[in-house]
Design a protein around this ligand. Structure first.
Ligand SMILES: [Fe+2]
Length: 145
């Protein structure tokens, strides 16, 4: 897998969501490394679970924030999230069932493509909305003195 690291190119203009995206990218790199170096099923399985759980946690947070600032494409965005959640749950299930090829380099590569494209295209679309949100709440109107 080509190296992937968070950079400003991934910024969606909100520190909390950027921090979530850094964690997701980091977990994906950990997953890649665990698969690549032939770690035990316990190790790979726990990184996969951590990625799945953090993705679900992050999606809820992101959706809450989009809803709070009246982002118009919320439903389509949520649908993409549900799709990925279902996909990752499917991978988890097939991995637990020890299905051959359930989690090889190709699967990790596809997850990487999905995540980077989602952040840089789909998430980037809400940037002008969430930039106005601070700590999950609306930024107070500026006071003229
Ligand atoms: Fe998203």
């Amino acid at each position: 897998m080509a190296l992937i690291a968070w950079s400003e190119a991934f910024s969606v203009g909100n520190p909390l969501l950027d921090s979530d995206h850094r964690i997701l990218i980091d977990l994906l790199v950990q997953l890649h490394d665990a698969v690549d170096t032939g770690q035990s099923r316990d190790v790979v399985g726990s990184v996969l679970s951590a990625l799945s759980e953090y993705a679900e946690h992050h999606f809820r947070r992101e959706e809450g924030m989009m809803a709070a600032c009246g982002y118009p494409d919320l439903e389509a965005h949520k649908a993409e999230h549900r799709q990925l959640e279902a996909h990752v749950r499917d991978i988890c299930g097939r991995y637990r069932a020890a299905e051959r090829g359930a989690l090889d380099e190709q699967v990790v590569e596809l997850l990487k493509k999905w995540l980077t494209q989602h952040i840089q295209v789909t998430d980037n679309s809400y940037k002008p909305w969430v930039e106005r949100v601070v700590d999950g709440g609306a930024r107070p109107p500026s006071v003229t003195v």
